[in-house]
Design a protein around this ligand. Structure first.
Ligand code: NAD
Length: 329
């Protein structure tokens, strides 16, 4: 099958090519999918997309008109897809439901340790021949309360990691896990979660209901100096409210791997250009903010599984074995 693979970088071509073993004709495109690039998928029945490809109504209709019938997402989240339009058209959408929850959970721990022990600042201090410790005082994680929103694949691995660090783990999920509860995770109602948490970490999908779930009202209910971590999707957080929280000291530490306006910014090298996003630029001014560019998934193990599952989804679709395709439901 001929597949237009949008937004590809050299590092993932390697994994997709290895998984493909010549089964499908993969047309690797550097361009992301937008209304301007939709025609690049001409003569393809399948397109393969990543997190910041635009799969809104107009793009979906044009893909359909061109003969595209199957969209293989090579990511877990599917908030970038206008699902009602896709369903109305009859497009089949697949995703990679779980590739390495450990990759994202371990990256989350990395952000926490970096912020808590000021490792980002310590690294540069030593390089400047400055061995002073002023301003680098951290706190022990043991005994601290970590609130987790969403205890699915990633949140549950993260919960176990934090239990292993000796933290008290509290959580909210509309579908709580008995297994985690037995291991010591205490499920609470959402409004009971904020006040006691030293660290809040987001691991739920972005849906219309969850949009800006962390807003000014919620931030005001959190502990003064709370650490907020988002490795899930940028728009779960109202960035302007977070900036106000950082300025007032309500938020003591912020770790982000995702940003609500990351499309057109993350995954690209703009080091020779001026940053145009003033909100993002403001975030970069805070010493207690650490941002990575949507790289939590970026491990050898995760890319291997993403490649294998994506190619398997395409093959099963081609062979009319829909029961074996990881469909977005
Ligand atoms: P999952 O579907 O296994 O788990 C999500 C959990 O969130 C489910 O248990 C669900 O019941 C729960 N949930 C839904 N709405 C909620 C709400 N309002 N409050 C609390 N919990 C809620 O998904 P996953 O594999 O654990 O991935 C979680 C998210 O992580 C994805 O949706 C994606 O946005 C993000 N992600 C980020 C990266 C990255 O590189 N930064 C990589 C993969 C996934």
């Amino acid at each position: 099958m001929k597949v237009a693979v949008y937004s590809t970088k050299p590092y993932e071509r390697e994994y997709l090519t290895r998984a493909n073993q010549g089964k499908h004709q993969l047309l690797f495109l550097e361009a992301s999918l937008t209304t301007d690039t939709v025609m690049l998928a001409q003569n393809c029945r399948t397109v393969c997309c990543f997190v910041n490809d635009q799969l809104h109504a107009e793009v979906l209709k044009r893909l359909w008109d061109q003969g595209v019938r199957f969209i293989a997402l090579r990511c877990t989240g599917f908030n970038q897809v206008d699902l009602p339009t896709a369903r109305a058209l009859g497009l089949v959408i697949a995703r990679v439901p779980e590739y390495s929850p450990h990759a994202i959970a371990e990256h989350t721990l990395g952000l926490i340790l970096m912020l808590n022990r000021h490792l980002h600042r310590a690294h540069y201090r030593i390089r400047e021949n400055d061995y002073s410790l002023n301003g680098l005082l951290g706190f022990d994680l043991v005994g601290k309360t970590v609130a987790i929103l969403g205890t699915g694949a990633i949140g549950s691995v993260f919960a176990r990691i934090m239990l292993g660090m000796g933290c008290r783990v509290i959580a909210y999920d509309p579908c709580p896990s008995d297994d985690l509860a037995e291991q010591g995770v205490v499920y609470k109602a959402l409004d009971e979660l904020w006040a006691s948490a030293d660290i809040v970490s987001l691991h739920c999908p972005l849906t219309p209901v969850n949009y800006h779930m962390i807003d000014q009202t919620v931030l005001e209910q959190m502990k003064q100096g709370v650490m907020l971590i988002n490795t899930s999707r940028g728009a779960l957080v109202d960035t302007r409210a977070v900036i106000a929280g950082l300025k007032s000291g309500q938020i003591g530490y912020l770790g982000l791997d995702v940003y609500e306006e990351e499309g057109g910014l993350f995954f690209e090298d703009y080091s020779l250009q001026l940053l145009q996003d003033d909100v993002f630029a403001r975030l970069l001014t805070f010493p207690n903010v650490v941002i990575t560019g949507h790289q939590a998934f970026f491990t050898h193990e995760a890319l291997t599984t993403i490649g294998d599952t994506t190619i398997a989804n395409i093959s099963h679709y081609e062979q009319d074995q829909l029961a074996q395709v990881h469909l977005v439901d």
